[in-house]
Design a binder for this molecule. Structure first.
Ligand code: HMG
Ligand code: MG
Length: 317
């Protein structure tokens, strides 16, 4: 079968916005430098496949993430198509904001951590210092009329600290949103979260005034829980889901992080539920197969593997 049978489920949203992170989260961990023309082509193909919200790159220190050191060149290549409110770029500090603004970026994402350990590993700052670093970034971005997302990592567990108390996550989330951000993305950076945990965290955030309308979910699939956790979040009312074409990805500063939820696996699940995404699954699979060829290894996505014909199951079923 090349598409699932549609059977709707009461309580699920009618439409979901997929926030595609393949070009940023997906590629940032690749050791071999991907040519900037290939990145631009990847992004154009993702957009052509119907993905509306596409994060393109990061304006971070090149010594920290060498793969994305070409961010200015990439936005230059993308032209007007890269300077939109639905093409966010990651920005950690004012230096990154200056560079993003110089390229005409219209949307940025800051990225904080629920834990002290990961703030230090990922941003070379303690948690308080990292939030202090974001203050002028968000202030200036808003003054320039930019859309601002706040990522929050290690919401469901941390490789150095272990369990992360829900109260602690909610506290940092409130501080990030109080900066004036438009959206909060809850990061399960190392993929340890489970469905009950998702519901409890969303309840606790709601109690503090951060409702599902302000929230996106960002699940890495390290323990195979990403799709289950996403469906739990949708049942709770969330309608923005981060995913990475072909399941590319991982964070270079979080040991044991693997790829995000694969966009194709998400689209298959949502299509079966009759939930609109606007994505052309065949075009997306072709894009991920092409990108896997550029990277020299197959996509870990189950749906890509089957629909690309490598197992033959799509034809034989
Ligand atoms: P630092 O070393 O403390 O920075 O790093 P610094 O201010 O001391 O500067 C060091 C050098 O970097 C200087 O250069 C700066 O100019 C330069 P020098 O003077 O020595 O030649 N520099 C920059 N260059 C370009 N753009 C910039 C920039 N800033 C400084 N923006 C810093 C602090 C925040 C810069 C560093 O820690 C950093 O870049 N971290 C980024 C790490 C990263 O990108 N991680 C992956 C993204 S987060 C993620 O994947 C999680 C997420 O997916 C959600 C989830 O899964 O949970 C979002
Ligand atoms: Mg991530």
């Amino acid at each position: 079968m090349r598409r699932p049978q549609r059977e709707a489920l009461l309580g699920m949203p009618e439409r979901v916005t997929i926030y595609e992170v393949g070009a940023r989260d997906g590629l940032q961990n690749e050791r071999t430098l991907v040519p900037v023309e290939v990145k631009a082509q990847f992004i154009r193909r993702l957009v052509a496949a119907g993905l509306d919200m596409v994060e393109t790159t990061s304006f971070v220190a090149p010594s920290w993430v060498p793969q994305l050191a070409d961010s200015a060149a990439l936005l230059g290549l993308l032209g007007e198509a890269g300077r939109r409110r639905n093409r966010p770029v990651l920005v950690p500090n004012e230096r990154g904001l200056d560079a993003a603004l110089a390229q005409g970026a219209q949307a940025i994402a800051i990225f904080g951590s629920s834990t002290e350990s990961f703030a230090r590993k990922n941003l070379n700052r303690g948690l308080d210092e990292s939030i202090a670093m974001f203050v002028p970034v968000v202030e200036r971005a808003r003054a320039e009329g930019l859309w601002v997302r706040a990522y929050l990592s290690m919401c469901f567990g941390d490789p150095w600290e272990g369990e992360v108390p829900i109260d602690q996550v909610v506290d940092v989330a409130s501080r990030m949103m109080d900066l004036g951000c438009d959206q909060l993305s809850l990061g399960d950076t190392i993929g340890t979260g489970t469905t009950g945990h998702v519901h409890r965290l969303l309840d606790a955030l709601d109690d503090k005034g951060i409702g599902v309308g302000d929230i996106g979910v960002h699940f890495h699939d390290t323990y195979g829980q990403a799709l289950a956790n996403t469906l739990a979040a949708l049942a709770h009312g969330v309608t923005v889901v981060d995913a990475s074409a072909g399941g590319l990805g991982g964070c270079p500063y979080a040991m044991s992080a693997t790829g995000n939820l694969a966009t194709e696996d998400l689209v298959w699940a949502l299509d079966g539920l009759g939930i609109e995404t606007g994505v052309d699954l065949e075009a997306l699979v072709e894009t991920s197969v092409w990108m896997a060829g550029q990277l020299g290894r197959p996509s870990p996505s189950r749906v890509v593997t089957v629909l690309a014909g490598t197992t033959g199951a799509a034809e034989n079923d």
